[in-house]
Design a protein around this ligand. Structure first.
Ligand SMILES: Nc1ncnc2c1ncn2[C@@H]1O[C@H](COP(=O)(O)OP(=O)(O)O)[C@@H](O)[C@H]1O
Ligand SMILES: [Mg+2]
Length: 517
């Protein structure tokens, strides 16, 4: 059968699902998250009729709700978008980091079948006890506690039966939508939909082989063997296969439960300091970091050691990029924007056709409002996110690994804030950071005295710009050549915006049926 036939068979189903997606995005008023707020009069009327009451205020929060309703594939898409501050903007990306991937567990019998098929032995030959109730269930896998026949307490993570086909269907649909968008909705092309879907497909593929997760756990454990502050559960390879991962069971208090931690005699500030050090060591010392460090995956053991689980998403940063990143952050903290710009150009991050001075100006515009905040409010993750938005305008492709790093920093800062809102976690890691810089970049790269002064100065700087859009508009006004897509995104070109849901409208009867049935 030819390709054309396949298309004809798939099309009706796809159109119906497309209509459902459009309807859900409208109901949650979520198009704004993609920078699409202007509707035609007809579109506006339909949207008002469909919109739910009591929606949260921020577009990113509304998008998160819509994606949750659309199901696991879309929740994963949201998680991928949460690492694309360069595309969707810092605020929307931050709201998407809260997306919870939780589902009802699949039955114990399916879990047993999977374990027995994958490991080729009966469950009771492998485990002397096996909790039938899952401790946690997500879209890709669930976890059961068990005891091995040789008496070790373990956690057994098992892939959801049929998960490959379920995700393949969503990924396939999203890839089709991405291609439609790239062809018909120029305004959204800037969001690089096909590239985003490709990242989604890759992430999911990786997470669906638990041997890879086991390998990641072991590599991370090896990097921290001599470190009393951070620990990773050991892998039981004899009870691990593509669909089953068995690790040593660890026990601790979830890292964001401040009151419970204090009651157990831990000092929240010390925990934040440890978390900051563990993060810094992973990123800069090893170039291999846990990229899903939300509170559900981080615990504090009785002796105060930090414990991490869940190694499905890891980031890698090669050494040259780490050095560039360090120089860039040092440039920011020293408020040497020329240096920040030069680092980008020297690393080839920004095409040489762009203007160094204009880039430095844009860097200053985003950094000053952030660095002017009181120390405990300064977020390096926000700074990076805004920087990535700027670099996007200078036609630079931000490296996916750096985007993953930025999101991880954001999550880490969130944990820090939950534990002690009055401190800056990176300031706690400062001695370590300086030591690393000294060893790797030499004395010239030391944070200057000025940066110290900066970090101590409170709220002196006027709020030059309140958001990036204005900053970028100023840069554009200053005669910098911006990418046409970017200009369109800022609304500086006056072409009438095409109704963004035209693609959804193409679903015709299916759409109307769904809208008004
Ligand atoms: N080795 C372990 N020891 C103790 N609890 C674990 C272990 N591994 C996982 N868990 C528990 O199971 C939950 C889900 O496991 P996780 O690997 O994070 O799966 P998911 O990828 O679905 O988030 C964790 O949040 C944790 O509570
Ligand atoms: Mg988890």
């Amino acid at each position: 059968m030819g390709l054309a036939h396949l298309m004809v068979f798939r099309l009706p189903g796809r159109l119906v699902r497309l209509a459902k997606i459009a309807r859900t995005l409208v109901a949650y008023d979520a198009f704004e998250a993609f920078g699409l707020a202007d509707l035609t009069p007809t579109g506006g009327r339909i949207a008002t009729a469909l919109r739910r009451r009591d929606l949260p205020e921020r577009p990113g929060q509304r998008l998160a709700l819509a994606l949750t309703e659309l199901g696991p594939g879309f929740v994963k898409l949201g998680q991928v978008l949460s690492t694309r501050a360069d595309l969707v903007g810092e605020a929307v990306a931050a709201d998407l980091t809260d997306l919870q991937d939780r589902l009802a567990p699949f039955p114990f019998e399916r879990a047993r079948e999977t374990v027995e098929r994958e490991l080729g032995r009966k469950l009771d030959e492998l485990f002397s006890a096996f909790d039938e109730t899952a401790v946690a269930a997500a879209s890709i896998a669930q976890v059961h506690f068990a005891t091995t026949t040789d008496g070790r307490e373990v956690a057994v993570k098992i892939l959801r039966p049929g998960v490959e086909t379920a995700f393949a269907r969503d990924v396939d649909l999203l890839a089709w939508i991405a291609r439609l968008i790239e062809r018909f909705v120029p305004k959204v092309r800037r969001l690089k939909p096909t590239a985003v879907v490709e990242t989604l497909a890759q992430t999911v593929r990786f997470e669906m082989d638990l041997r890879l997760e086991a390998a990641a756990a072991e590599e991370l454990a090896a990097n921290f063997t001599d470190d009393p502050e951070f620990r990773v559960p050991a892998v039981d390879w004899t009870r691990t296969a593509r669909r089953v991962l068995t690790t040593e069971r660890v026990a601790g208090i979830p890292i964001d439960e401040r009151d419970a931690l204090i009651a157990a005699g831990h000092d929240p500030q010390e925990i934040v300091a440890k978390a900051a050090r563990a993060f810094f060591r992973q990123v800069f010392r090893d170039g291999f970091f846990h990229a899903d460090m939300h509170p559900g995956n981080m615990f504090v053991a009785e002796d105060g050691t930090l414990l991490a689980v869940d190694f499905g998403i890891m980031g890698r940063i090669d050494r040259p990029t780490r050095i560039v990143l360090a120089d860039m952050l040092a440039g920011f903290l020293n408020q040497d924007y020329r240096k920040v710009a030069e680092v980008h150009f020297r690393a080839g991050f920004v095409p040489a056709t762009q203007d160094v001075g204009a880039f430095a100006q844009a860097a200053r515009a985003i950094a000053q409002p952030i660095l002017g905040l009181p120390l405990e409010k300064i977020s390096l993750a926000r700074l990076l996110a805004q920087l990535f938005e700027v670099t996007e305008q200078f036609q630079m492709e931000t490296q996916p690994q750096l985007l993953l790093l930025q999101k991880s920093m954001l999550v880490c800062e969130g944990v820090g804030r939950a534990l002690d809102p009055g401190i800056n976690m990176w300031a706690l890691a400062r001695p370590l950071i300086e030591e690393w810089m000294l060893a790797n970049r030499g004395p010239m790269a030391r944070l200057t005295h000025g940066s110290e002064a900066l970090l101590e100065r409170l709220e002196e700087l006027p709020a030059l710009v309140t958001n990036l859009d204005r900053a970028a508009a100023q840069v554009a006004g200053g005669g910098v050549r911006l990418h046409p897509d970017t200009l369109r995104a800022f609304g500086t070109d006056r072409q009438p915006a095409r109704w963004p849901w035209i693609a959804a409208g193409a679903a015709g009867a299916a759409f109307l049926w769904l809208l008004f049935r």
